[in-house]
Design a protein around this ligand. Structure first.
Ligand code: ZN
Length: 191
């Protein structure tokens, strides 16, 4: 396994649609290993293959164990993930992105989704992430379609700077509340 470089906003690959995986080859296994390693090394909670420059429909997610977060403490590797259904109920939360260093912003997401995909054996499965885990799934699946969280801000001014290196730990509200500098703090520091 090797951690790889994460491409940054402005790189046109982040705006492309990733290709479906047809077969789990040794190359795909290697890619997944590298994605997991890269996510761990950057303290991220999720990563899409495109973020290390591979336009393949793969995501990895792992939220550090937290009894208040549904589905945390487990590694999810999903090939060809697709949102089949989403709850009408939504929630506004803060997101960061390993490909948009130094920023965090507010995004409205469904609180529960039904996801379909394949595992590393090529077997189809469905799961129903909710809460923070559902948010991370929606964020990563967006990447596979060339969409970034900055396209979905609740309003254009609901994004702010954070200390570079802390946004990785954000990826959602649970961490943001502890680690993000609020816009008010940023402006008072600047003043
Ligand atoms: Zn991201």
């Amino acid at each position: 396994m090797a951690a790889r470089e994460i491409i940054q906003v402005g790189d046109s690959r982040l705006r492309e649609k990733s290709r479906p995986i047809e077969r789990v080859t040794p190359e795909i296994r290697q890619l997944v290993d590298d994605m997991v390693e890269t996510m761990y090394e950057n303290d991220g909670v999720g990563l899409a293959a495109v973020q290390i420059g591979e336009l393949q429909r793969i995501l990895v997610i792992e939220i550090p164990e937290d009894e208040e977060i549904w589905g945390s403490g487990e590694l999810y590797v999903v090939l060809n993930p697709e949102i089949v259904k989403e709850s009408r109920e939504t929630e506004v939360g803060v997101e960061g992105c390993l490909s948009i260093r130094g920023y965090a912003g507010e995004v409205e997401r469904a609180t529960e989704i039904l996801v379909r995909g394949q595992d590393m054996q090529g077997k189809s499965f469905r799961m129903r992430p909710r809460g923070y885990l559902a948010r991370v799934f929606q964020h990563e699946i967006d990447h596979l379609n060339g969409v970034l969280y900055i396209d979905r801000l609740v309003s254009p001014d609901r994004i702010w700077e954070v200390t570079p290196g802390t946004e990785e730990a954000v990826e959602s509200e649970a961490y943001a509340e502890e680690e993000c500098v609020s816009p008010e703090t940023v402006s008072s520091e600047a003043g």
